[in-house]
Design a protein around this ligand. Structure first.
Ligand code: GLV
Ligand code: GLV
Length: 324
């Protein structure tokens, strides 16, 4: 009989390659399937295609009696218990590379918008406050020639460095491991200690996965080390930044501004004090949201799922140790 597949949302790509070999069920509501729905579905499926809004924890994975592949439409996979999947020899797919440039483009847009107060200026204009040209109206900080600190020089961090080169920026980075010197030279990027990056950067941009080590990596102590003119950009995962510490830093002028595409939790609660700050830009986790990129992510997630159902190696697997 045909394998069963559950897809937790409508996808912007054709399901035909999947329908050719599997019986496919798609969750079509706007909100993600509730946990009990996932728990119920997972017991009868061979393949799961999920999003970062689906908590694929150990209990779910262990309930998947015939589950053979998990395919996530995202590059990050902190919502999935990878060790639990690996123990059951279930390969987990993700969608790297195809979203690198779109995500870096958006992080760059946030950087520029925060530095030059674009969103605030738009609000100002719509509020009919534009009365004349003023020498000191809505002053921001320079981008060209400034120092950019990149936290995590992986695929997206490197794409940020390539963009920064065009703005003649000094580029500092931290990474779990130092990158090879050919890459450092090509990107003109300098490996420094985290503390030094915080102290020396005009802009700090986060491009590291969420792990136990990066959970609340930014707290009071880190904001205190940053310059009062500094700007923080987060397009990685909200939980890397302690939201209460971010509020204090922005409200007290410990840093000048921040622009975040990700929050803790998501979506941001309506009563979050962060929403009251003028020097904070918040967008709803859309850094990879170009039409072209979302199509490629969906296509790649489907290809990973198809490979897993066929018993083939996933083209983009996060736990290749499942293979002998
Ligand atoms: C989005 O946040 C992703 O991980 O692809
Ligand atoms: C600004 O519009 C200028 O001409 O300097």
């Amino acid at each position: 009989s045909q394998p069963n597949v559950f897809i937790t949302r409508r996808l912007p790509a054709s399901l035909d390659p999947l329908k050719a070999l599997a019986s496919v069920e798609v969750w079509t509501k706007r909100q993600p399937p509730p946990y009990d729905v996932l728990l119920n579905k997972i017991q009868a499926i061979d393949g799961l295609l999920c999003l970062l809004t689906d908590p694929i924890d150990r209990s779910l994975i262990e309930a998947g009696n015939q589950l053979r592949v998990i395919s996530q439409m995202a590059v990050g996979y902190d919502n999935i218990d990878i060790p639990a999947a690996t123990e059951k020899r279930i390969p987990v797919g993700h969608t790297p590379d195809v979203l690198t440039d779109a995500t870096a483009d958006f992080a760059w847009a946030l950087l520029m918008a925060a530095a030059r107060r674009v969103v605030e200026a738009d609000r100002f204009t719509r509020a009919h406050q534009w009365q004349t040209w003023e020498p000191d109206l809505l002053l921001g900080g320079n981008i060209a020639g400034a120092t950019l600190g990149i936290v995590g020089l992986g695929r997206i961090g490197q794409a940020m460095a390539r963009r920064a080169k065009g703005f003649d920026m000094r580029i500092l980075y931290t990474n779990q491991e130092r990158c090879d010197s050919a890459l450092e030279t090509a990107l003109n990027a300098e490996f420094v200690a985290f503390d030094e990056l915080l102290q020396a950067s005009d802009f700090v941009t986060i491009h590291t996965p969420l792990t136990p080590e990066t959970h609340h990596l930014f707290g009071d102590r880190q904001f205190q080390q940053m310059q009062r003119s500094a700007v923080l950009i987060n397009t990685a995962r909200g939980t890397i930044v302690d939201p209460e510490a971010l509020y204090r830093a922005l409200a007290q002028g410990q840093i000048a501004a921040a622009a975040i595409d990700v929050t803790e939790p998501e979506p941001i609660p309506a009563d979050s004090p962060l929403l009251t700050l003028d020097n904070l830009i918040i967008t709803p986790h859309i850094a990879s949201a170009s039409r072209q990129t979302r199509e490629k992510m969906a296509t790649m997630a489907i290809a990973n799922l198809v490979a897993g159902l066929r018993g083939e190696r996933l083209p983009h697997c996060v736990n290749p140790e499942v293979y002998p």
